[in-house]
Design a protein around this ligand. Structure first.
Ligand code: CO
Ligand code: CO
Ligand code: CO
Length: 315
């Protein structure tokens, strides 16, 4: 497919990055992204917050600041009470307020299946855009949220998750990546993305595919929601994790010492996951401390390698 070109389009359809970026002047570019999905938690107010945090995340992953948003709503008005929609939108609105984002409009359609999300516009200096590329050998990778939400959500749907873990994962998914984005601003960060539907390895793969670099992941360092390990061992692994594995397994060498449940978690699709920050090795520890001081369960989970090019090695 051929997409329209424009000299001011910095990140477009062919880049497959977190969001599109269009330069307005030498000092300012706009970031645009859109995301919406069906409910992943029962509580409509929390679903609204999670959907908004998830939609805003791609702006943070580009190193930008979200400014305006529009609601996207699909709602089964004949079968569902309108008060549910009000709670969803209130959740989204409260999350936007927290992010200092102003709601400027939106659109709703009648649909059999409820869906909610946002289209978001953010600002960034054109020289400070963080793509998935531009890695340097020895860079460290920092993950800012624990993974395993897809597996936990599968357990919730199966009625097997405890109230405690439901609450934990709901709050985790509703947490903005804003603090992480603000903290990394002061550091020599070379690349950034956020962990969403393709799972940790899927998003790491996007960083190294067709590049001159490889990435080594240290499985024991990766923050994982502990209940996800138990649920994965019980086979509560969403179909998306198998799809993600099939899609990228040719690029990945996983040591046989990595437990099968952990392997499943590395491919587990995340909702509103954390940022994956690729930072100069000398600054990695300082950045990690700053993230932890902000209350994040962050960790240095791997490094950029010169070999094997275009591949991921998991130990
Ligand atoms: Co993204
Ligand atoms: Co997205
Ligand atoms: Co990025």
């Amino acid at each position: 497919m051929e997409f329209p070109t424009d000299p001011n389009l910095i990140i477009g359809m062919d880049s497959m990055d977190d969001a599109g970026v269009y330069k307005i002047t030498d000092d300012i570019a706009i970031i645009q992204t859109v995301d919406f999905f069906t409910p992943i938690v029962d509580d409509p107010y929390w679903f609204g917050q999670i959907a908004a945090a998830n939609a805003l995340s791609d702006v943070y992953a580009m190193g930008g600041v979200p400014k305006t948003a529009m609601n996207l709503v699909a709602f089964p008005i004949k079968e569902m009470d309108i008060s549910i929609l009000r709670k969803i939108i209130q959740g989204g609105l409260d999350k936007m307020k927290e992010a200092d984002v102003v709601l400027v409009g939106g659109h709703s359609v009648e649909d059999k299946e409820l869906k909610y999300g946002l289209s978001v516009t953010g600002f960034i200096h054109p020289d400070r855009i963080l793509t998935k590329k531009n890695l340097k050998v020895k860079d460290r990778l920092i993950l800012t949220k624990p993974i395993g939400t897809g597996i936990i959500n599968t357990a919730i749907k199966g009625g097997l998750a405890s109230e405690e873990v439901i609450k934990f994962v709901t709050h985790l998914m509703a947490t903005l990546n804003r603090d992480a984005a603000q903290v990394m601003e002061g550091f020599p960060v070379h690349a950034c993305t956020d962990i969403t539907g393709f799972g940790l390895i899927g998003h790491v793969a996007e960083m190294v595919v067709d590049s001159d670099f490889g990435i080594g992941l240290w499985s024991e360092k990766i923050p994982i929601i502990s209940e996800a390990v138990d649920y994965a061992a019980m086979g509560l692994v969403p179909a998306g994790a198998y799809k993600n594995r099939k899609f990228r397994e040719k690029m990945v060498d996983i040591s046989s010492s990595v437990d099968r449940s952990i392997q499943d978690i590395l491919f587990d699709p995340q909702t509103s996951g954390g940022l994956l920050i690729c930072v100069d090795s000398k600054s990695a520890n300082d950045l990690l401390i700053r993230l932890k001081n902000k209350g994040m369960d962050a960790a240095i989970i791997g490094e950029v390698l010169s070999e094997p090019k275009g591949r991921i090695v998991v130990n």
